[in-house]
Design a protein around this ligand. Structure first.
Ligand code: ADP
Ligand code: MG
Length: 714
């Protein structure tokens, strides 16, 4: 039944174009509220230069005035600790002194806060004697009002300046890309002062009925179903993808969009996804740092809005076995402050040379740092999603599409480099390439990393994931590849007849080197696994081992050289990832044991009692002892059930001992390996018996909402 929904903020749920950004302290608003010198100060702060107390106070005052005029009562530094969620600690804007109410928000509170933050994961960076952490305003992402709270996007660092969050290294990676990118852009254009990554994030999720969700401990505690026999109907009919959005979900979407729009999140697309009860929405791309802040905010908004509609949004990568999981396509490109998309094919030879040069730089980056990129997406949730016959496989390959591939091959195979003129007649530099590409007919949904016309799309990021880890590595890898490219061009400049020829020659070499990672075929084909292994690509998705790429000497060199992570910071990230892997699996295992012990086994026992009653009653005795000692169906059922009960009982005991043993292991690495190698298979085994029990029990005796209920309610 659909409950009547009261509109948020007193406005009915409908996208009002003019409301875009009305809860954001964006540049235009700043101009209205701030003096010239305060505006200049914001820009200086953006470049990492200090702001005077007076100007900081002026900015804080303006922010408070703007926010309180719009109903805000509190403010918070809004930051991204390594939990993957955002964190906030609200303070109201006031101070009551001797009965008088004064402002409790000034410049120093705007610039810096000291949350009591000893309980965030830090990978050992905060020793107990110095548990202080600081948050500091990030002026590259605008403050916004969420509910009645002014949120100030912030970085989060330790007492001695080490990054404790995702934003700090992300901003450092954007800066590294800018440093190298400007020099690369200068090979082709004059007057480029800034090169920055752009990002458009497609977000998938499931919606389930809240009342059913509340009866599934597994969904509540782990975000996915740990047991559940398949529904006879899943996604076989292929009728959900792009189907008509159900009434109730549409109401949810309308409210989501209206609210997102006010927060300056440029949501554009909404549609049904492949699996039943699965949906997607996507904003228009933005500067990468803001896009990620917006995605974090959007995930929260999706969850809150769903609840208001008596629904629950599942952002887990694989909430249901046997049907599609959820991802988050990261559409990434590079832009200049002069308005050029560096990955957009050009209209003339020069522009196309730029296009292929940048393309080769990205391919090379992904090739050289493929293992590190895989590490960013190696999460407990993705473990179930990647490599299934529906999501990108865990082998990192790049899809270019037939036109770009053909051009790339022509360039690779040319015995000599073509002489470059404005009319160079090789397919590599055909000015008409972009028109064909924009056609967008050339699609391959099976590749984890795909070129889609004017951007690359990294599709292996999990639906619940923070995008920063993947984007930090991509930015870093590309910055690194750019530096190598620049060095090589400079070196060859002497040999080649022109700078263009030097660029073309390095481009060709980069393309040749990155060949093994390019694959336009069907990545789901098992033959691809063998082929990929032959090419030297990593194939196994043993999560703890994949994570080891973080502390590979190659990664350490990359990050320290670019100033993104110190060795200590990097090691801390690795620790946190392993720790969280072990903890997540520990929670899953114990939730499963709880559901088995307190719900599924008792239900099975009750049904056995019923069967026994039947068996001991006269008519059945008669039936079974007739002529041949044939078993009655009731006996067969009883015994089958009994065998699963016994298997479950033994499995539960083994699981408990296993977990005890794992906790005794000396390092988190060893624990994670053991979890991957023994806990997961045991959980699968337990599940198979639980699902068999589900198939035997009468529908009204099975204690949990079943797959069909969860997936086909609306
Ligand atoms: P596709 O269907 O090829 O995935 P869409 O037009 O649906 O393309 O775009 C998917 C996402 O990619 C959107 O968020 C869109 O804004 C984003 N996008 C488009 N161009 C760029 C770009 N230059 N940089 C980053 N993201 C982009
Ligand atoms: Mg897409």
């Amino acid at each position: 039944m659909v409950t009547k929904i009261a509109p948020i903020n007193g406005v009915s749920a409908r996208l009002i174009p003019q409301s875009f950004g009305e809860r954001v302290f964006h540049r235009e608003i700043m101009r209205q509220y701030l003096s010239e010198s305060a505006l200049e100060a914001v820009k200086r702060w953006e470049r990492g230069e200090p702001i005077s107390t007076e100007l900081a106070d002026e900015i804080a005052n303006a922010l408070r005035q703007w926010a309180t005029e719009r109903g805000a009562t509190h403010y918070t530094h809004w930051f991204h600790p390594l939990t993957g969620l955002t964190a906030e600690k609200h303070e109201n804007f006031y101070e009551a002194v001797n009965g008088k109410v004064l402002s409790g928000f000034n410049g120093s509170e705007l610039l810096q806060q000291e949350p009591d933050a000893s309980s965030f994961p830090s990978g050992g960076l905060r020793s107990t004697f110095e548990a202080r952490g600081y948050t500091a305003w990030d002026p590259t992402s605008p403050p916004f009002i969420y509910g009645r709270t002014l949120c100030i996007p912030s970085v989060y660092i330790s007492y001695n300046g080490q990054a404790l969050d995702y934003k700090t290294p992300l901003l450092r990676s954007i800066e590294a890309l800018n440093r190298a990118g400007k020099k690369v852009a200068a090979l082709f254009y004059r007057g480029v002062e800034r090169v920055y990554p752009t990002l458009g994030i497609e977000q998938e999720f499931f919606l389930v009925e809240k009342s059913l969700y509340e009866r599934r401990l597994d969904l509540m505690l782990t975000g996915r179903t740990l047991v559940g026999a398949p529904s006879p109907r899943g996604q076989q009919m292929e009728d959900h993808y792009f189907g008509a959005i159900p009434e109730r979900v549409l109401a949810f979407f309308e409210e989501l969009e209206a609210e997102a729009w006010k927060l300056g999140i440029p949501l554009k697309t909404r549609h049904n996804e492949v699996a039943p009860a699965q949906y997607e929405c996507a904003p228009i791309f933005e500067e990468l740092n803001v896009a990620i802040d917006h995605n974090q905010l959007l995930m929260d908004l999706i969850q809150r809005t769903a609840r208001r509609h008596e629904l629950v949004a599942l952002l887990h990568e694989k909430p249901f076995a046997g049907i599609n999981g959820s991802g988050k396509h990261n559409n990434w490109s590079l832009a200049t402050d002069t308005g050029v998309n560096l990955l957009s094919p050009g209209k003339n030879t020069r522009e196309n040379l730029r296009f292929f040069a940048i393309l080769s730089i990205v391919l090379n980056a992904v090739y050289r740092h493929a293992d590190l990129l895989r590490a960013t997406i190696a999460t407990p949730g993705n473990e179930h999603r990647l490599g299934g016959n529906e999501a990108p496989p865990s082998i990192l390959s790049v899809f270019l599409g037939s036109q770009v591939s053909a051009a790339v091959e022509t360039l690779e195979k040319a015995p000599e480099l073509p002489r470059l003129t404005d009319k160079t007649p090789i397919s590599l530099l055909v000015p008409r390439l972009p028109a064909v590409l924009r056609d967008n007919t050339d699609r391959n949904r099976t590749a984890p990393f795909a070129f889609t016309g004017s951007k690359f799309e990294f599709r292996a990021v999990g639906a619940s994931a923070h995008c920063a880890p993947a984007m930090i590595v991509l930015n870093a890898a590309v910055a690194d590849s750019m530096e190598t490219f620049l060095k090589e061009v400079a070196r060859r400049r002497e040999r080649e007849s022109s700078r263009e020829m030097a660029i073309l020659s390095v481009t060709r070499e980069f393309l040749l080197e990155s060949r093994p990672i390019r694959f336009d075929g069907n990545s789901y084909d098992p033959a691809w696994h063998a082929e990929a292994a032959k090419r030297g690509l990593s194939v196994s998705f043993h999560v703890p081992q994949v994570l080891r790429a973080y502390v590979d000497p190659k990664s350490q060199t990359l990050f320290t050289r670019l100033g993104i992570f110190t060795e200590t910071e990097l090691h801390a990230r690795y620790e946190v990832r392993l720790e969280r892997y072990v903890k997540a699996l520990g929670i899953e295992l114990h939730t499963l044991l709880d559901v088995l012990r307190t719900q599924i086994l008792p239900a099975a026992f009750r049904f056995q009692v019923e069967l026994t009653t039947l068996l001991s009653s006269d008519p059945f005795q008669l039936l079974s002892t007739a002529s041949a000692p044939e078993k009655t169906p009731q006996q067969v059922w009883f015994e089958t059930l009994q065998s699963h009960i016994q298997a479950l009982q033994k499995g539960i005991e083994r699981a408990e001992t296993l977990w005890e043993t794992i906790l005794q292991l000396p390092s988190v690495e060893a624990q994670a390996d053991a979890v991957y190698e023994s806990v997961r298979p045991l959980m699968t085994e337990l599940r198979s018996h639980a699902d068999a029990v589900e198939k035997i029990l009468p529908a009204d005796k099975y204690p949990l909402p079943r797959y069909a209920d969860l997936l086909f309610r609306f």
